[in-house]
Write a protein that binds this ligand. Structure first.
Ligand code: BTN
Length: 241
């Protein structure tokens, strides 16, 4: 199934039947060059953001991580969250699935989650983990999730999707420096939260407000109910709609 996936120049694909977490596997690959893609058919210890578990049924999802060595300074590496969300959203668009980005890095279709992204920095490289729902299996009610095949009403080949995502990722991951304003423009066009009322958990405190957009550095802009404008970094808040 994964034969000849037309990888970007210099990138390599490694497929494992089973891994704990592909992000964890890549963490210890510090001597590998940029562009190692590690895909697992099954993850036994998949991780989401904030320590949550990430579950995916074998065959249903595209579960992989990419080792990147950006040329840009480390301070810019967190921007890879938005770059990856955009790359996935654009790849989905090529299959006819219109996706939004829920800042900083969920990808939604019609308000339902289709992809989760976990970007983690190691000492000298970054690991971009992607869990994208592709298969035909329905999700339990109340889970607010969807998949490409469910959206399109026809089964989609996972390797085709992988190739399209990697193609976009090569491009956008290179735009976290001077190309970032352009990247942000594209993200803003797909921002699922703009104009929405949200409540923010910042530490123990809960604040509510309305999302006014995404700032120049990729922060979320929120005007709180008492009129204060806040610039929020991804690690600072937890958002409830
Ligand atoms: C989230 O939405 O909380 C992020 C989920 C990220 C899941 C992917 S699946 C591949 C990679 N390996 C992991 O353990 N997590 C990421």
């Amino acid at each position: 199934e994964w034969q000849d996936p037309c990888l970007p120049d210099g990138w390599r694909l490694k497929v494992l039947e089973e891994a704990g977490s592909t992000n964890d596997e890549l963490r210890s690959c510090g001597d590998e060059a940029n562009g190692l893609v590690l895909l697992a058919e099954r993850q036994t210890a998949g991780r989401g953001r904030r320590g949550a578990a990430w579950l995916s049924a074998p065959g249903e999802s595209l579960t992989f991580s990419v080792l990147l060595r950006p040329n840009e300074p480390k301070a810019f590496w967190p921007r890879l969250s938005l770059a990856t969300g955009l790359a996935v959203a654009e790849a989905l668009g090529r299959f006819g699935v219109e996706a939004q980005i829920k800042w900083p890095n969920d990808v939604l279709v019609r308000g339902r989650k289709i992809c989760g992204i976990l970007v983690e920095a190691a000492a000298q490289h970054v690991i971009v983990g992607i869990g994208l729902n592709v298969g035909t299996r329905e999700f339990p009610d109340g889970l607010e999730a969807t998949s490409m095949s469910l959206e399109l009403g026809t089964p989609i080949e996972r390797s085709d999707v992988l190739y399209q995502v990697l193609k976009s990722l090569v491009g956008w991951s290179g735009e976290i420096g001077s190309g970032f304003p352009d990247l942000l423009e594209r993200v803003r066009e797909r921002c699922a939260l703009s104009g929405e009322s949200v409540s923010l958990m910042s530490g123990e405190r809960s604040v509510s407000g309305v999302v006014s957009g995404i700032g120049e550095g990729g922060e979320l802009l929120v005007v709180t109910d008492d009129g204060e404008e806040k610039f929020l970094q991804a690690h600072e808040v937890r958002i409830r709609r």
